[in-house]
Design a protein around this ligand. Structure first.
Ligand SMILES: Cc1cc2nc3c(=O)[nH]c(=O)nc-3n(C[C@H](O)[C@H](O)[C@H](O)COP(=O)(O)OP(=O)(O)OC[C@H]3O[C@@H](n4cnc5c(N)ncnc54)[C@H](O)[C@@H]3O)c2cc1C
Length: 455
């Protein structure tokens, strides 16, 4: 142990890596963290944070229109893409600095460069200054994932989510390909910012993995908001023509666009990492295979976050980081649980969910009772907007436990976060019923639904 350069060598300073490095250092371990790009990883630089800032920007489009019904007279709103880009970039740079300060203060040594394995305890980092060899008692891989674009004629003309935050000029006509949460969020955001957005998804219903009724509901709401969403549609080729990008679809139709965003999947960041040099076992798309303690087949090498291709969310990467570090260096164990992980999709309107979909619950519990409500929020009685809100509870009939909470509506993530605590605490429908609502809110509907829709 004493011969190693550090107790923990972390590769990747994203959500998981930063949390692991800082916590391990705070617990007294000697920590080195290698990062090839900016501190903060996907979430801070090209994921959750800039995406949410842009989502706020896009919501103003609705707010200006809604204000009129409340007596406000606003001039013709004009959106300036350059201002948003500049302000976002400044905020991200600020956050990069906060991360650096936090890590340095905790005692973490940061090495800027590309890291790769040279053996089970050896890492090489190629920095601007040269090649540096390190040995470590434990190595944690937290290298994340990146967008993957299928090969087809013209695929080099597409942008991925990484390029959307700084795309220039603003794409007046945007084609979004994909039906997952990233595709849907960008479709909503650019639609709100004023682009004419067409979205193509080759499956039947967007947002695979979410509750089917919720998926149908958000499809209808996104269309009402102006996203021209086509399912059972796929791209066969893209050419540049005088009027823009000419996108041929598999069924013979075509779309003309200024930009084509491909958000059809993400693959683990393992290329060039030298995993074979350490003998680390990999699965589909190169994902690092780990056990329940996030350790690979090689003792001393661990992996967390998107590179393990489990639940690719920042809070999951953070929780995995804490579980690993507490097990290796902490006084107490802290196990990771994947049950009742809440999720939000920042479409317009927002989607949020925790627990089982109706069909998953039927498989897991057998008999379930479902409560559903759909309404026009109070605000829209005066705004005149036709947007509707959807709420659904799935209850295990035998135990009366609420096992699924699903919502489409404004600030759904803020609402469902609180209900996630209730589900973790195994709350029953009777306890939901005994809870008083906060009036007048949309969220109160979750504790006032009495009439089941499925017996
Ligand atoms: C557009 C978008 C929106 C998202 N929105 C949300 C959201 O709203 N909520 C949510 O919870 N999650 C969201 N996510 C997912 C979230 O960003 C990821 O789950 C999270 O960042 C994963 O953290 P990580 O630590 O596994 O990897 P990352 O954050 O990706 O960090 C990996 C780091 O490793 C570095 N690296 C890779 N290889 C090497 C190497 N060999 N040497 C040195 N450094 C290396 C990379 O440069 C990177 O900085 C979003 C993702 C995207 C793309």
């Amino acid at each position: 142990m004493a011969n190693h350069d550090c107790d923990l060598f972390v590769i990747g300073a994203g959500s998981g890596g930063v949390r692991a490095a800082r916590l391990a250092a705070q617990l007294g371990a000697r920590v080195i963290l290698a990062e090839a790009a900016q501190l903060g990883g996907t979430c801070v630089n090209v994921g959750c944070i800039p995406k949410k800032l842009y989502s706020y920007a896009a919501h103003f489009a609705d707010d200006f229109r809604d204000a009129v019904g409340f007596g406000w007279r606003v001039g013709e709103p004009r959106f300036d893409w350059a201002t948003l880009r500049t302000n976002r970039a400044a905020e991200i740079t600020r956050l990069n600095g906060v991360y650096r300060k936090m890590l340095v203060e905790a005692g973490v040594r940061i090495v800027t460069g590309w890291a790769q394995f040279e053996g089970p305890h050896q890492v090489l980092v190629q920095t601007a200054g040269g090649r540096h060899h390190f040995s470590a008692r434990h190595i944690l891989v937290a290298t994340g994932a990146r967008p993957s674009v299928p090969k087809f004629p013209g695929c080099e003309r597409v942008v991925t989510s990484d390029g959307m935050f700084d795309i220039r000029p603003f794409p007046a006509r945007l084609l979004v390909v994909g039906g997952g949460y990233i595709a849907c969020e960008f479709a909503s955001i650019f639609n709100g910012l004023g682009a004419r957005v067409t979205q193509l998804y080759r499956g039947e219903l967007i947002l695979r993995g979410f509750d089917d009724e919720l998926r149908r509901f958000i499809t209808q709401e996104m269309r009402k908001h102006g996203v021209d969403l086509h399912t059972h549609a796929d791209v066969s080729a893209i050419e540049r023509r005088p009027g823009g990008l000419w996108v041929s679809l598999a069924d013979g139709r075509h779309v003309t666009a200024d930009a084509v965003l491909y958000a059809t999947g993400r693959i683990p960041n393992v290329a060039g990492l030298g995993l074979p040099a350490a003998g680390v076992a990999q699965g589909k798309d190169g994902a690092i295979i780990v056990d329940a303690h996030h350790t690979t087949n090689v003792p001393g090498i661990h992996a967390i976050g998107d590179v393990t291709a489990k639940l690719q969310l920042t809070p999951v990467a953070l929780a995995e980081a804490m579980a690993v570090v507490h097990r290796l260096f902490g006084p107490r164990r802290r196990e990771m649980s994947y049950e009742f992980v809440p999720k939000a999709v920042f479409t317009h309107p927002n989607v949020a969910t925790v627990g089982y979909t109706e069909s998953e619950a039927r498989k897991a519990f057998g008999e379930v009772t479902v409560y559903r409500s759909e309404f026009r929020a109070l605000k829209h009685t005066l705004s005149g907007r036709s947007e509707r809100t959807f709420m659904k509870l799935v209850v295990d009939r035998a135990s009366d436990r609420v096992v699924g909470v699903h919502m489409v509506g404004p600030d759904a993530g803020e609402v469902v976060q609180g209900f996630a605590v209730a589900l973790k605490a195994h709350a029953t429908k009777a306890q939901f019923d005994a809870t008083l609502g906060i009036h007048p809110t949309a969220a109160e509907e979750f504790v006032t639904m009495r009439q089941p829709v499925v017996h």
